[in-house]
Each structure stands twice: as C-alpha cells, then as structure tokens.
Design a protein around this ligand. Structure first.
Ligand code: SR1
Ligand code: MG
Length: 408
C-alpha cells in the first residue's frame, strides 16, 4: 500500500517519493541529492516535473489533472496519460530517438515517467527567439513518414490495425479537436473565441460569414472523424517538439488517434507559419527565409521519403496497383493543405491561441500576422488540390503576406 494508490494531483513535494516508488528498479538514484523543478514551459492540459540527482540521473514526471490547465470548465479523461505514453512507445519503435523514452506509466495516478529532455528547448520558445535549425526538415519528414505510413493500412496487417484503432483513441480529446478546430473558429459556437478586437470585422466577414468555406471545413471535419488512415500525433505544433542543434523529439501525443495523415503534416506547416508571423513582426528576414525554406523542404522530403518507404514496406496487395501510391500521396497533400488551413484559423481566432501571434505587441504587425494566417488558411482550405509541392505552400504564404498588407 502506498499513498499513490488513489489518484490525487501531485505537488512538487510528492514527486521524489513518487519517482522512487516507480523507478527505483530502473534508475540508480542518489536519494540524498534528488531535486524537483517545475519547467517554465508547459502545455494547455497537464503538469510536468523534472527530477534529478547529483550523480547524473534524471526524469520527467508528467501527470494529467482532472481539469485542463487552459480552462477549469474543460475536462478531459485522465486516460489521456496512458494514451500519450502508449503512443510514444509505438512511435519510439517506428522513429527511434525521435520521441522521449517512456520509463513507466501509471493508470492510477494518471502519470508517466519520461526521458528528461531538458537539454532541448521547446521549439515554440526557440522560434520566439528566432533560432534556426537546419536539421528540422530532414528529421521532421522522417518522423512523419515513419510514424504515419507505418501505421497505415498500406503497411499494417488490417486486423492488427483495427485493434489499434480501438486502442488508440480518447473520445474526450477528439471532441476537443472537433470543436476547437472544426467548428468554433467558424461560428464561435461556445462564445469562447479570442478575437483580437481590431480584427473583429475582418474575422466576421472572412471566417464567420463565408458559407463556401464552412462547407469545405465541414468536409475536413468529417474526414477527420471517419478516415482512420494512420496513427497520428494529433497536436503537432511547435510546443509539442523538443529541439536542439542536432536533434529533435516529438512529445505530447495525447491527442493522437487514427485520423488523416494530413492532420499532422498540416499542423507542422501551420505552426511554422506562426513562427514566420513572429519573425516578420520582429524584422527577422533571415529567420523568415529559413521558415519558408523549411516548409518547402519538409513537404518535399516527406513526399520523397514516403514514396521510397511505400515501395519498401507496402504489404496491402491493392496498394501495389499501378497509380495507387500517387493517388494516395496526392490525397495526403490535399489534406495537408486543408488541415494547415484549419490550424491557422483556430490558433488565430479560437480558444487556444499561440504566443507567436498574441505576443506581437504592435497592433499593425499583429493585424498583419492574423490576416496573413486567415488569408493563407482560406487559400489552403478552398484550393486543397493545388498544393502538390513544397513550393506551392511557400508561394501561398508569400501571396497571403502581400494580400494581407493590402487590407491594412
Ligand atoms: C483544451 S486544450 C486546447 C488545445 O491545447 C492543446 O495543445 C490542443 O491543441 C488543444 O486543442
Ligand atoms: Mg499538448
């Protein structure tokens, strides 16, 4: 019996005892010198502690709370910690070294022990400092191909995949995505959108009143809900990526579920655009050029690596039919554009915003950023089929920038 046999939300004072209870047989802790610290960066939902000793051992303990951090009114099942841990364990096998190692997960305390990544920066922070990482496109494209293609029907035995589809899902978290991404940015259904006052009129016209847009978003929503294409990370923004000079690790996979691959690839594109917005507002030309180049490369490398790995790994006989691979990839690129669009919109006007944009102090620069996001997002959603190469994405961002300037 231990006091951790019943769930409660842990505080720093509980963490050493808890860590020892859970990891004593895996980590040779120097008990006398164990310390606990709460990292500054955190997500919208959970609580993280870093534990270390003076002999070089360390771990992150991550716990799910009953309420989300972002809003006490929003709850999400405590099972999300198990889901996140199990998805990271699958991803570690498919993309070794590209996710934090999970030491244990505990369904009673809804907590897990995860590899300490404190020598990395959370990528959103790095982007706000306008740091550039030339390995990102290479690593991210590998992560996307390995985790998405390898969990799709192209490769997995179909019975195994159907079982995994049932295992890797959280109705609560999918519900959050369905509302926050695919409804509220277009109708403020729950009256909790954060719309920048100076942009209210623009948002109303461009997002709330455009029925053609609503129809395309409705299709994207239904595709998200019904196309169990692959096990995606589900929330692949720069706050879900640890990065340093020569490596990156993707974490925070609690929104992971079987859904269109383009949801992940699209989120990567959109969140790089938020970094671009911030770079523009701070006059960081080299950084902005790096972002555009990175978006272009990530898409092109994704297509190239996907195509090669498809040929190597395909097991589904009908996926070997001539022309199937090209059709499948083209559809992923359409989705990439569509879901990049919905992410651009929901982070600009929805409930969960990004500091890359909200942190822009000059009103005119913030308006420019928001309008760039809204215009680019609409182009991505309304013209999904036009986005076939990295250059198509890059050019759309440059066009949206020019168009946004004319609205000010
Ligand atoms: C209630 S959670 C709000 C958002 O934060 C997470 O990171 C997801 O993106 C979610 O939509
Ligand atoms: Mg998160």
């Amino acid at each position: 019996m231990s006091r951790f046999d019943t769930y409660f939300l842990m505080k720093s004072d509980d963490i050493v005892e808890y860590t020892l209870l859970k990891t004593k047989d895996m980590i040779d802790w120097d008990e006398a010198s164990m310390h606990v610290l709460v990292p500054k960066e955190h997500g919208n939902l959970n609580y993280v502690f870093r534990v270390w000793d003076d002999k070089g051992h360390s771990i992150y303990i991550k716990q799910a709370g009953l309420e989300t951090r972002i809003s006490k009114d929003m709850t999400a099942s405590l099972d999300r910690n198990k889901l996140e841990s199990e998805i990271l364990m699958v991803e570690e096998k498919l993309a070794p070294g590209m996710v934090p190692h999970i030491y244990f997960y505990d369904t009673t305390m809804s907590a897990c022990g995860m590899e300490d990544c404190s020598e990395f920066l959370v990528m959103r922070k790095a982007m706000l400092e306008h740091k550039m990482y030339d390995h990102f496109a290479e690593n991210m494209s590998t992560f996307l191909v390995n985790t998405l293609l390898m969990t799709s029907d192209v490769v997995l035995d179909h019975k195994v995949k159907r079982n995994m589809t049932a295992q890797f899902t959280s109705p609560d978290l999918c519900d959050i995505t369905e509302k926050l991404v695919f409804m509220e940015p277009y109708n403020d259904l729950n009256h909790r959108n954060n719309v920048f006052e100076a942009n209210e009129e623009f948002v109303r016209k461009m997002l709330y009143e455009d029925e053609t847009l609503h129809l395309e978003v409705a299709k994207l929503k239904f595709k998200f809900m019904t196309n169990y294409q692959a096990l995606m990370q589900g929330d692949l923004h720069t706050g879900s990526i640890f990065i340093k000079d020569d490596a990156m690790k993707v974490f925070d996979s609690e929104f992971g579920t079987f859904a269109p691959m383009g949801y992940d690839t699209g989120n990567v594109v959109a969140n790089l655009i938020f970094a671009y917005d911030n770079g523009l507002a701070h006059g960081k030309k080299e950084f902005c050029a790096w972002i555009l180049d990175t978006i272009e490369k990530t898409i092109d490398l994704f297509v190239e690596k996907f195509s090669i790995k498809f040929d190597q790994e395909v097991t589904e006989p009908m996926a070997k039919v001539k022309g199937f691979k090209e059709w499948y990839l083209a559809d992923i690129l359409c989705d990439t554009a569509g879901y990049a669009g919905t992410e651009l919109h929901r982070r600009t006007v929805g409930m969960a915003n990004v500091v890359d944009v909200t942190g822009i102090e000059c009103e005119k620069d913030r308006l420019l950023a928001e309008r760039l996001n809204i215009i680019a997002g609409k182009n991505f959603i309304l013209n999904q089929k036009k986005f076939k190469t990295g250059k198509d994405f890059k050019n759309a961002i440059l066009e949206a920038y020019e168009d946004a300037k004319t609205t000010l």
